[in-house]
Ligand binder design. Structure first.
Ligand code: FPP
Length: 246
């Protein structure tokens, strides 16, 4: 791969992993069967990102709204997260992956939360791939927690309210220390953002595919990256300005 090709690989990809339930239904199996297959797809896509040179992968595993699903499905997803943590962290660590959970971690039961914190601490020194798993996360929640932190700084007298601008508030958002989001992918055929990374999506390229998440593999990832590489990112400028780097 030349460095020119490399420049066309998004540094930061985020994925809404949709379609597990429909994938299971097509096979006359329960939804949890689909979530288990989805877990295998996560493993494949993490490995594919390492091979393709993607630096940051952010996955939407459980939204703030997903707590409203039937109790049985929520319980099964929690069990799946525990099993995934127990089984996958060694290998992720061995591959140099830094694992981070983003979202309202306080809403999880203490045992699971402790496992998440331990996995984050264990992999904190890794840099080959930053894998962010959004759990009990919502884009509006993220903006609210950032606004709250800014307000607390004002209350402590560390900051004046008129100093709060986009740049400053951006520093309080989740993932602020990582490269900006380049490519957003949603599987499963729906063309919506569903309250994921609202702030961070401002200038991301969007890629929607009908492929159901358990079927999403390295070829699908490469096809999304190729689609991204064909886009001209202007960030509000004209095509001519971008061409002359004005
Ligand atoms: C959406 O499909 C998927 C989820 C709500 C859960 C995502 C979880 C995984 C992929 C499991 C593994 C994750 C990790 C990080 C170990 P859906 O249930 O909404 O599918 P549907 O739209 O077909 O009903």
């Amino acid at each position: 791969m030349t460095s020119a090709d490399n420049a066309r690989v998004p540094r930061h990809i985020a994925i809404v992993m949709d379609g597990n339930g429909r994938w299971a239904k097509l096979r006359h199996r329960p939804r949890t069967f689909g979530h288990n297959a989805g877990r295998k797809a996560v493993r494949n896509v993490v490995e594919a990102c390492l091979r393709q040179g993607v630096k940051v992968l952010t996955l939407f595993a459980f939204s703030s709204e997903n707590w409203q699903r039937p109790q049985e499905e929520v319980g099964a997803l929690m069990e799946l997260f525990v099993r995934a943590l127990d089984k996958e962290v060694d290998e992720l660590h061995g591959n140099g992956v830094r694992l981070r959970f983003v979202g309202d971690l306080a809403s999880f039961e203490p045992g699971l939360r402790q496992r998440m914190l331990a996995a984050m601490a264990r992999t904190a020194g890794n840099d080959a791939l930053h894998l962010n798993v959004a759990v009990s996360y919502g884009g509006r929640w993220d903006i609210v927690q950032a606004a709250r932190k800014a307000a607390e700084s004002v209350a402590r007298g560390e900051l004046r309210a008129d100093e709060i601008d986009e740049n400053l508030l951006g520093h309080f958002m989740c993932l602020a220390d990582l490269p900006p989001l380049d490519l957003f992918i949603r599987t499963g055929g729906e063309c919506r953002v569903s309250n994921f990374l609202l702030w961070q999506l401002a200038y991301a390229e969007l890629h929607f595919t009908d492929t159901l998440w358990p079927d999403f593999d390295e070829a699908c990832l490469k096809s999304a990256i190729e689609d991204y590489a064909r886009r001209e990112r202007r960030f509000g400028k004209t095509g001519e300005q971008v061409a002359t780097k004005a």
